[in-house]
Design a protein around this ligand. Sequence first.
Ligand SMILES: Nc1ncnc2c1ncn2[C@@H]1O[C@H](COP(=O)(O)OP(=O)(O)OP(=O)(O)O)[C@@H](O)[C@H]1O
Length: 265
Amino acid sequence: MTGTPDPQGRHVVRLESVRKVYGGAKNEVAALDNVSIGLDRGTFTAVMGPSGSGKSTFLHCAAGLDRPTSGSVLLDGVDLAKLKERELTTFRRERIGFIFQAFNLLPALSVLDNVTLPLRLAGKRPQKGAVAEVLERVGLGGREKRRPGELSGGQQQRVAIARALITRPAVIFGDEPTGALDTYTAREVLTLLREAVEQAGQTIVMVTHDPVAASHADRVLFLADGRIVDHLDRPTADQVAERMTHLGAWGTRPAAAATGQGAPR
Ligand SMILES: Nc1ncnc2c1ncn2[C@@H]1O[C@H](COP(=O)(O)OP(=O)(O)OP(=O)(O)O)[C@@H](O)[C@H]1O
């Protein structure tokens, strides 16, 4: 273990020398190649990189949806490798929120029932005040009885965000959460995520292909060939786009030194 430094214990997500290898000896692909990173509590991180660079694999390993081939993932202080499959499922349900491009709502359930589902699955009784507060926060007050099919894409993603927020998770992971939305609606959703970070101290990690979406994050991590090769703090969309152009231009194995920044720790 390399020991990613975290003197103040601020890291809510820590990956230590994480490798994820697919395929056999002859066609082995290292989707993640020795990734070590710590993400601070209450921050918004975007993960970018060319197609096939390992973004989804990073998200899946960090969120306990997939197990690394080697290395370790600590989430809210818990070493995910030590959890049995059933414990990991419970941990994900109670400590992690997910937002997907396709919203992943249950069409037969009302907004209210979709939002409170994670609590009910955990055997907890939804507290009326807390549910009303979260619906209000995402701008869905008064729409509790609607079904997802009666809502716009942006409204459906707000339901998904409310569902992610309701358990007060340690981290919310987003997989292209604005990928299916128009520019204006995407900005509204990103503003909502930003507010969750600023006002509620929520930690968010989001994979995106969109430099504008990434510019709402505190930090952008750039992956190439399964490695974190670069990062930007307080990025503008133009800076992000420029880095992405460089990543494409570097070909198959970019050198971190080429940007003068390298991977953050
Ligand atoms: N289940 C799998 N079996 C074999 N190879 C896989 C599997 N999942 C991912 N890979 C390979 O691992 C590498 C990283 O894939 P990953 O999906 O993480 O990239 P990505 O950056 O999310 O790509 P995209 O932007 O296209 O979604 C790719 O070379 C991919 O082909």
